[in-house]
Design a protein around this ligand. Structure first.
Ligand SMILES: [Zn+2]
Length: 415
């Protein structure tokens, strides 16, 4: 216990070596991985992580949702655990860093404590959430919100989520047992690559995440009148695609005209009947709005709706909205944890920037029951969900060192 914990620093070579080892499982030809949840590659990757956990002396268990949990005793077993980790499943044709860094960075912290013979007051737990990319499955279960319907959804592996959970050693019939008791967890911390290009472009070492944006999605249907493209004069048309074009433009304009970092996107569009010589009678498109504040999402949506009424009147069409998913509410990180992460980075001589996460993470589910904190490190070129995803060894080590120092500060001072 004599070692001064403020000197604990992650080893960039060890992290890089392990990223390389993990990337063998599900390796794709482009240099990344296709390690989708519940595949054979997922099982092999999990076995590898489990072996690292066991070698590091963690007591390992797999919960009913297939989450792998490695426990390290604290000096005071009555204290709540400090929980940290991420995921190792990938999207199809994914990269070697998304999620993987959070898991290997968490294990790096355990290695450092072992090397220094340091026992924290709080028990520590490293967690590998199951099926993050397929819908935050493991973390939904950890907060008691994995529905029976979700178990029926077919995953990229070809198995349903229920079958997949069983395949990786979980028990979909007993999901309640995976639910965590909030009083047993002091905080959840996650290290992750940024998946955007801001940190790299601004030459900043560490992103202190303000929160994970809420994502609301609608189906938008424009109904006009399909008619002959040769014989219908321009002033007698009810062109659904023309209305849709104006709609796409207005969504972009509205999102930009309000102060803030909200984003709004029309990402899919389909015109019917879809022939060069027919005026489109119907268009179906998507509308997605993201922000850290629910009120901002609502404001953008209200303005989009208002504008759509005007477009509909001008074009002789109707425009209607059907909510597809308006349940992904914004998840702010805990202010005290932001401060701890910020101070940890500053003590290490690293620069920081407070930033939102535009992508979803398991932390957003955990936020419903415990305080969460997230640490971002730069992604080269802002590339993610691609074999070209890359983060340098020194950036990875910086992130793991910040995670280590944040855990130790939290351990010493509590929240
Ligand atoms: Zn991820």
């Amino acid at each position: 216990m004599s070692a001064d914990w403020k000197n604990f620093r992650a080893d960039p070579r060890r992290i890089e070596q392990r990223i390389k080892e993990l990337s063998q499982f599900g390796a794709n030809r482009e240099g990344g991985v296709s390690r989708v949840a519940f595949s054979d590659a997922d099982v092999e990757g999990r076995k590898y992580i489990r072996s690292l956990m066991e070698k590091a002396g963690l007591k390992v268990r797999v919960d009913a949702a297939g989450n792998i949990i490695g426990h390290r005793e604290g000096r005071n077993p009555t204290l709540p655990v400090i929980l940290f980790g991420s995921h190792i499943d990938s999207v199809p044709h994914g990269g070697n860093y998304d999620g993987d860094l959070g898991v290997l960075g968490a294990l790096e912290c355990i290695e450092l404590l072992n090397q220094q013979n340091f026992v924290t007051a709080h028990p520590l737990e490293v967690i590998v959430f199951s099926d993050e990319e397929g819908g935050l499955t493991g973390s939904h279960a950890a907060v008691g919100e994995l529905s029976q319907e979700a178990l029926q959804i077919k995953s990229h592996s070809g198995k349903t989520i229920g079958e997949g959970i069983r395949f990786i050693g979980g028990d979909p019939d007993n999901l309640q047992s995976a639910k965590r008791n909030p009083s047993e967890i002091l905080a959840y911390l996650e290290l992750h690559i940024e998946q955007g290009g801001i940190l790299e472009a601004e030459k900043i070492n560490i992103g202190v995440v303000e929160g994970i944006v809420g994502i609301n999605v609608w189906n938008v249907t424009v109904v006009g009148f399909a008619n002959h493209a040769g014989t219908t004069p321009m002033n007698q048309r009810k062109d659904a695609l023309l209305a849709a074009a104006r709609f796409v433009d207005s969504v972009n304009y509205i999102a930009r005209s309000i102060r803030g970092r909200q984003v709004a996107t029309v990402g899919t569009i389909e015109a019917q009947p879809g022939a060069p010589n027919v005026i489109p009678g119907k268009v179906v498109m998507s509308l997605e709005i993201r922000d850290l504040e629910k009120s901002k999402i609502d404001l953008v949506f209200e303005k989009v709706k208002e504008s759509s009424e005007k477009i509909a009147a001008d074009t002789g069409t109707t425009i209607s909205f059907a909510a597809l998913d308006v349940t992904a509410v914004p998840a702010p990180t805990d202010q005290r944890l932001r401060k701890i992460i910020q101070e940890a980075a500053t003590d290490l001589g690293l620069t920081t920037k407070l930033m939102p996460s535009g992508a979803g993470h398991d932390a957003q589910n955990l936020a419903r029951i415990v305080p969460i904190g997230m640490i971002f490190v730069p992604s080269v070129g802002g590339i993610s969900h691609s074999p070209r995803e890359f983060t340098t060894a020194s950036d990875m080590a910086n992130g793991a060192s910040v995670l280590m120092q944040a855990i130790l500060k939290l351990d010493e001072n509590g929240l």
